[in-house]
Design a protein around this ligand. Structure first.
Ligand code: NAD
Ligand code: IPM
Ligand code: MN
Length: 368
């Protein structure tokens, strides 16, 4: 078997800091489990702009298309606010998603027992929570045409277009139903069919795919604003949520706070299968470059480490090893170790970014 290849794109701000901790887990897998990865590293976002004048060099894009999986840290930061829109760090990430056609963005929100009293919501609302948000990632208002800022008479007009084709909705709906069959067998689809034609089509197509191919899965529909309310009122009513690009962006940040911190939430962005049968894939934490804490050793590396665990599960068929990493994370949290973002009134053992990574490696050692 050829060694699986991984392209690591640490990016900006806390991206490189959390990725350094993921490297420890990758090294551990090689040393202790005989699982070697052919790892290469490159630039994305502001770091790529600083070197090449573009947030994603064509060579990096080409490499991303060839490897078995891409792991990304985070992009962006105030230093780049002044740049022209076309070369902003975020454009690099959006190009990766679009050109790799990563249409299904899996954003699980799981509340670890040790953190159930840490959420801003009541413990009984979040304890045991385990939901999966599937966000459409390559279309919708993020990419629709026409777009831009132009002059109409004396004033400027900003335009973005929400656009979905039937096939774009159908493929992400299938991802959601497939996922539900492996979990609680329930899908809730969220749109705003009450005000948007694209929402009407979304609802119709999700229902059609359900009726024709997945009648065994329980399907419900909700307006996305009501969905946001229900997610904070009683999130455990949900199993899989499927929604569009923009609503998915908002709802997954909201779901992050059910788990305690944005620093906890991983994601997988999956596309169609490649020739080797593996899906095109990019894994990244849901959080951004956190400029307010960058360079201080305060970042929580768990979201990025759990993103690597998702890579083990979805790209490399190593579900058992993924579970091993997830258990190790659970263990250090149960032991009371807390990066600053997880430090509540009840206290805990304060650890730095690298302290958290080292503790997870130690917990992995203990799992053998
Ligand atoms: P952010 O996620 O970077 O930060 C929001 C808040 O959460 C901050 O207070 C931050 O300190 C905290 N936080 C985030 N991750 C954390 C972690 N791992 N550990 C501890 N605390 C953490 O969002 P923002 O401030 O809105 O955006 C900052 C920059 O990041 C912007 O340029 C934005 O475009 C970019 N961004 C990038 C991605 C990505 O690369 N996927 C995602 C979101 C935002
Ligand atoms: C995310 C981020 C990105 C998005 C930005 C950085 C392009 O917020 O991954 O959630 O809006 O999709
Ligand atoms: Mn976001």
């Amino acid at each position: 078997m050829t060694t699986p290849s991984l392209l690591i794109l640490p990016g900006d701000g806390i991206g490189p800091e959390v990725m350094a901790e993921v490297r420890k887990i990758i090294d551990w897998m090689g040393a202790k489990r005989g699982l070697d990865f052919d790892v290469s590293e490159d630039l994305v976002g502001g770091a790529a702009y600083d070197k090449h004048g573009t947030p994603l060099h064509d060579d990096t894009m080409a490499k991303a298309q060839e490897v078995d999986a891409v792991l990304l840290g985070a992009v962006g930061g105030p230093k780049y606010d002044v740049l022209d829109f076309s070369v902003k760090p975020e454009r690099g990430l959006l190009r990766l998603r679009k050109e790799m056609d990563l249409y299904a963005n899996l954003r699980p929100a799981q509340c670890f027992d040790a953190l159930s009293d840490f959420s801003s919501l009541k413990q009984e609302v979040v304890a045991g929570l385990d939901i999966m948000i599937i966000r459409e990632l390559t279309s919708g208002v993020y990419f629709g045409e026409p777009r831009g800022i132009h002059k109409e008479g004396n004033e400027r007009v900003g335009i973005n277009t929400q656009r979905y084709t039937e096939s774009e909705i159908a493929r992400v709906a299938r991802s959601a139903f497939e996922m539900a069959r492996k979990r609680g067998n329930k899908v809730c689809s969220m749109e705003k069919a009450n005000v948007m034609e694209s929402g009407i089509l979304w609802r119709d197509v999700v229902q059609e795919i359900h009726d024709a191919e997945y009648p065994d899965v329980e399907l419900s529909h909700m307006y996305a604003d009501a969905g946001a309310m229900q997610l904070t009122r009683w999130p455990k009513q949900f199993d899989v949520i499927v929604t569009d690009n923009l609503f998915g962006d908002l709802l997954s940040d909201l779901a992050a706070m059910l788990t305690g911190s944005l620093g906890m939430l991983p994601s997988a962005s999956l596309g169609a299968p490649m020739a080797n049968g593996r899906p095109k894939a990019l894994y990244e934490p849901v959080h951004g470059s956190a400029p307010d804490i960058a360079g201080q050793g305060k970042a929580n590396p768990i979201a990025c480490i759990l993103s690597f665990a998702m890579a083990l599960r979805y790209s490399f068929d190593l579900g058992d090893e993924a579970t091993r990493v997830e258990r190790a994370v659970e263990q250090v949290l149960a032991d009371g170790l807390r990066t600053a973002d997880l430090m509540g009134p009840e206290g805990g053992v304060p650890v730095s970014t690298s302290g958290m990574g080292d503790a997870i490696v130690a917990a992995l050692d203990a799992s053998l």
